[in-house]
Design a protein around this ligand. Structure first.
Ligand code: SF4
Ligand code: FES
Length: 273
């Protein structure tokens, strides 16, 4: 049976309302195989220092609450095993490019506000059908695959923390919101693409992306925001030259799935792993 090992955990501590400057606090933690960074933080909080601030909810990579810098890389503390990333020392810090609430807790509310501003919901021209539906909004399997990968986003903010454009332009919309705009623009049931395209093409919008690709490298859900952003840029340029695809969110009949074999794996990454 494995006995585990002791590692040193460095946690960046800072309460903007009380502390004059951030400091690094050091803890010794006994780690065993299978222990996640979030487990380690709970252990430190319960046995050594109840004042350490961190956020979590689901503990299973679904809610997006627990994003932080883990040895300098953005990720989810609940689905990162300590021994996969550290043998002697583990450094934890809050996600950059966000305001700080306390210690390891970034303020994600502005990102949620930007996502909301890009209208991440299905809007249709046939208001009467929306209000008094006569049938379901069916999609073909191919239409679903067009946006499925981008719908896996859990709004954890890791991509925003990794983005060099976010680091230099606080008004940049950011990879997570832009990906959601693309996700809905690509949805065959939606009619609001023109409104979203105007929003993303404005200043501090999609063309400020330099295609560093770090957003896709760090995304814990395989969403590939860099791919969404490049596809949306391509769509905007084609439309500028009058070559864009014209989508019409008409009601379609129930697709025949009898011969269809769904793809289980996500679409290939834009950025090499
Ligand atoms: S795209 Fe990925 S990294 Fe960015 S917020 Fe969504 S899940 Fe997190
Ligand atoms: S606690 Fe929910 S994603 Fe980590």
């Amino acid at each position: 049976m494995e006995k585990g090992t002791n590692i040193t955990v460095f946690i960046r501590r800072f309460d903007p309302e009380k502390d004059p400057a951030p400091r690094q606090q050091q803890y010794t933690l006994h780690v065993e195989r299978g222990m996640t960074v979030l487990d380690g933080l709970h252990m430190i909080k319960q046995t050594q220092d109840p004042s350490v601030g961190f956020r979590f909810s689901c503990r299973m990579g679904v809610c997006g609450s627990c994003g932080m810098m883990i040895n300098g890389v953005p990720g989810l503390s609940c689905n990162t095993q300590i021994l996969d990333v550290a043998t002697t020392a583990l450094t934890l810090a809050p996600l950059p490019n966000f305001n700080l609430i306390r210690d390891l807790v970034p303020d994600l509310v502005p990102m949620f506000g930007v996502i909301k501003g890009l209208q991440p919901y299905i809007q249709r021209n046939d208001v009467e059908e929306m209000e008094n539906p006569t049938m379901e909004y069916f999609q073909t399997p191919h239409q679903l695959e067009e946006y499925l990968q981008f719908s896996y986003c859990i709004k954890c903010g890791s991509c925003m923390a990794a983005c060099p454009t976010m680091a230099t332009d606080k008004e940049y919309l950011g990879p997570a919101p832009l990906t959601q705009a693309y996700r809905y623009n690509t949805d065959s049931r939606d009619d609001a693409g023109d409104a979203r395209r105007d929003l993303v093409a404005a200043s501090h919008g999609i063309f400020n992306c330099h295609y560093a690709g770090e957003c896709s490298n760090v995304c814990p859900k395989g969403v590939d925001p860099a791919r969404a952003i490049q596809l949306m840029k391509k769509d905007l340029v084609l439309r500028y030259f009058g070559l864009g695809k014209h989508k019409c969110a008409h009601l379609c009949k129930k697709p025949d799935r009898s011969t269809y074999k769904p793809k289980i794996e996500a679409a290939p990454f834009t950025i090499g792993q």
